[in-house]
Write a protein that binds this ligand. Structure first.
Ligand SMILES: NC(=O)c1ccc[n+]([C@@H]2O[C@H](COP(=O)([O-])OP(=O)(O)OC[C@H]3O[C@@H](n4cnc5c(N)ncnc54)[C@H](O)[C@@H]3O)[C@@H](O)[C@H]2O)c1
Length: 382
């Protein structure tokens, strides 16, 4: 593998995680970063050779093989388009954009110019998510009848909790679904091989007003403590939703997504009911997968490369008994992306490309429409 030159745009919570995961690959050098504030200081703190205040200057000067876009959602479109126009491969955080129309334009540009792209739906790469997909493909669970589950967090539990994700200008028209529901439905469509064809959504905003800090803060970086540091603002995006799905293969689905659920820090559950068996995966016990049967004992399938399917083994780096989780999923996703970058092969489909990014934005828009109109809404892709 040739040594790759990469730049990271935005180094809050996830940008720093990208840098760590890239370094674990060994063949990707993060040669520069771009940050809105204190770019040089951030570069120094993260041991990156150069920090740029303007991402365009970084792309123009650094002869990059790829950029990683790790900024708030509303900036993704302009940054991804700029990089692609300069012929640079793009790995963009999810959600790809703030509208389906923008996501479609990015997908179309990438297609027309054969640019290798990726949306960081990293949770697809959890070994047990891949194992579920392989078990469905192999017929181990039979025809899928239903899928249910949840994605729960609590970092928006108090009205003093605030993030740019609550500002539609930065986040888009959805908060909770776009942010974490998008991961849930991406995993479910990947595992089942079925696409949602219609949706019915119920949204709620637990705190109708919140205390917004008057200074910018990075996600999970802790809050300012004094009342004079806050401004009371109305909130118009959901921090809770339940969505019903009908899938093209006949399965029914339902998920509950909340970022204000006390005690659940980052828990995803996916439960599948098939005509032969059921599967249940809880990310808080992420290295274990439960298989339920009617006629015999149930099974607990542990993450051990020596007993799992071939495709699952490809996303495992450690032997059985050694836990792998969130940081590892980034490493595995980036490995697949950089293999495609090296091969200059934009047709590779074993990770989420801008096609998947467009798909999630389309679903998100239809889900928001359903929540507003209180009706089933068809997805129909353009
Ligand atoms: N895949 C995942 O599991 C995952 C997890 C967390 C966040 N995300 C996504 O990553 C993105 C960033 O989220 P986060 O939690 O890291 O947010 P964050 O607020 O912690 O960090 C965003 C950073 O972008 C910087 N920024 C803003 N404008 C910029 C500009 N013009 N140029 C350079 N930097 C700029 C901010 O200063 C901040 O440091 C979002 O799209 C989010 O949905 C994905």
């Amino acid at each position: 593998m040739k040594k790759m030159r990469t730049g990271v745009i935005g180094v809050g919570f996830i940008g720093a995680a990208h840098i760590e995961a890239l370094r674990r690959l060994g063949y990707v050098e993060v040669v520069a970063l771009a940050a809105a504030r204190d770019a040089e200081k951030k570069a120094e703190a993260l041991f990156v050779p150069k920090g740029y205040a303007d991402y365009r200057e970084m792309i123009d000067r650094e002869a990059l093989d790829a950029v990683h876009i790790c900024t708030p959602n509303s900036m993704h479109y302009e940054m991804a388009m700029y990089a692609m126009e300069k012929g640079v491969s793009v790995l963009c955080e999810k959600p790809l954009t703030v509208t389906a129309d923008e996501a479609r334009k990015l997908r179309d540009y990438a297609r027309e110019h054969s640019i290798v792209t990726c949306v960081n739906f990293n949770l697809r790469l959890n070994p047990q998510v891949v194992q579920m997909k392989e078990m469905v493909r192999a017929g181990d669970v039979g025809a899928i009848r239903s899928v249910h589950g949840s994605y729960l967090q609590d970092w928006l539990f108090y009205d003093t909790d605030y993030s740019w994700r609550l500002d539609p200008k930065l986040s888009g028209q959805s908060c909770a679904f776009a942010d974490i529901g998008s991961h849930w439905i991406d995993m479910v469509e990947t595992i089942t091989g079925q696409k949602a064809v219609e949706v019915f959504a119920d949204f709620e905003t637990m705190h109708k007003t919140r205390k917004k800090p008057l200074k910018p803060i990075d996600t999970y970086s802790g809050m300012a403590l004094h009342p004079e540091d806050y401004q009371e603002i109305p909130v118009n995006v959901e921090d809770y939703c339940t969505v019903l799905f009908h899938f093209d293969g006949g399965a029914k689905g339902v998920c509950t997504i909340s970022q204000a659920y006390a005690g659940r820090k980052n828990q995803t559950i996916i439960s599948l009911s098939g005509s032969k068996a059921s599967l249940h995966w809880d990310s808080e016990l992420g290295n274990e997968l439960w298989m339920g049967r009617r006629e015999t004992y149930n099974q607990q399938i542990v993450k051990d490369p020596s007993i799992l399917y071939e495709e699952t083994r490809k996303v495992i780096s450690y032997p059985g008994g050694h836990t792998e989780g969130f940081p590892d999923t980034h490493k595995q996703n980036f490995a697949k992306f950089y293999q495609a970058v090296e091969a200059k092969d934009a047709s590779v489909r074993d990770f989420a490309t801008f096609e998947a990014g467009y798909r999630e934005m389309l679903l998100c828009e239809r889900i928001c429409e359903s929540a507003k109109t209180r009706q089933w809404v068809q997805i129909e892709a353009k």
